[in-house]
Design a protein around this ligand. Structure first.
Ligand SMILES: Nc1nc2c(c(=O)[nH]1)N[C@H]1C(S)=C(S)[C@@H](COP(=O)(O)O)O[C@H]1N2
Ligand SMILES: [Mo]
Length: 272
């Protein structure tokens, strides 16, 4: 497990003032992740200076806290750029069954044997916020709903820890579910609370994307415990940490609410 490696990136109380090159490396990564056009990317990374970071963020960079603030502001700016260039109907690549990675890797902020055990009989999906019908859902009712409009995908999952894998998830298109519960789809965010206390939130355009799936199965079987039983949100347009497993509650809101890794400095939009 790589909790230490992950949280090293931008911890709120890192002990030393960060050196200029490290600040620039981080800023470059944040700024250019979504700039796919090579000459523009090269231009941005070449021309980005410490003064530029200070200017973009309006921060002086004279102590550790100001570096954190600067990077957070650039990351928020990066969220806005990613949101602006997100194409709501552009599809992520899909793959043949022969390309599925076996076994599919496990990842969480703990080891595999600590993955939560959710009791199916007691399980209720809770709904809150800007949703007309907030009645909780039993798992069998959710499965029945999914069965009326089944959806499946074989897509790539990219984790920022340096691995990617192709997997097969089945369930119901999240947009169908949001419409069924009368979610306010003009709201900004959809948030998720998980059985292991993980949490994250996503932008509404991604929530409504045709490949965003409320996944109940993995490779044709009930979603296994370690991969997110009883349900996860699967988004091939976003990095691994944006895909919440073991979802217990869903809310719709106009208030930014971050996420487990996002609150430790990971970019919030997290597009892949
Ligand atoms: N509930 C919960 N969801 C989570 C995580 C977690 O720790 N808890 N980790 C995230 C990260 S960083 C990754 S890469 C993927 C891993 O999913 P997998 O175990 O199906 O490969 O789950 C994401 N969703
Ligand atoms: Mo990840």
């Amino acid at each position: 497990m790589t909790l230490e490696r992950k949280s090293k990136i931008i911890t709120p109380d890192a002990p030393v003032i960060r050196d200029g090159e490290a600040i620039l490396r981080e800023a470059r990564t944040l700024m250019t992740r979504r700039v796919t056009e090579p000459s523009r990317r090269a231009f941005l990374t070449r021309t980005l200076t410490l003064g530029g970071v200070a200017m973009l963020s309006g921060c002086s960079l004279d102590n550790n806290a100001s570096v954190e603030t600067a990077l957070t502001r650039i990351s928020r700016w990066n969220d806005r750029v990613q949101a602006a260039i997100f194409r709501k109907d552009a599809l992520a690549p899909t793959f043949p069954a022969s390309a599925i990675t076996r076994p599919f890797p496990f990842n969480a902020f703990y080891s595999i044997d600590e993955a939560p055990t959710v009791d199916e009989a007691d399980y209720r999906l809770e709904l809150s916020g800007l949703i007309a019908d907030k009645a909780p859902w039993r798992l069998d009712v959710l499965r029945d709903f999914a069965a009326t409009r089944p959806s499946e995908q074989i897509t790539q999952h990219i984790c920022v820890e340096g691995w990617s894998a192709i997997g097969r998830w089945g369930g119901v298109t999240f947009a169908d579910f949001l419409r069924r519960i009368g979610a306010d789809t003009t709201a900004k965010y959809v948030g998720f609370k998980c059985a292991d206390d993980y949490y994250t939130s996503i932008d509404m355009p991604t929530a409504l994307h045709p490949q965003t799936l409320l996944a109940l199965t993995y490779d044709g079987q009930t979603l296994p415990r370690e991969y997110g039983f009883p349900m996860k949100l699967r988004m091939p347009t976003k990095l691994g940490y944006k895909n919440p497993k073991h979802i217990q509650a869903i809310y719709v809101t106009n208030t930014y609410s971050g996420g487990y890794w996002e609150d430790q400095g990971y970019n919030w939009f997290g597009g892949s």
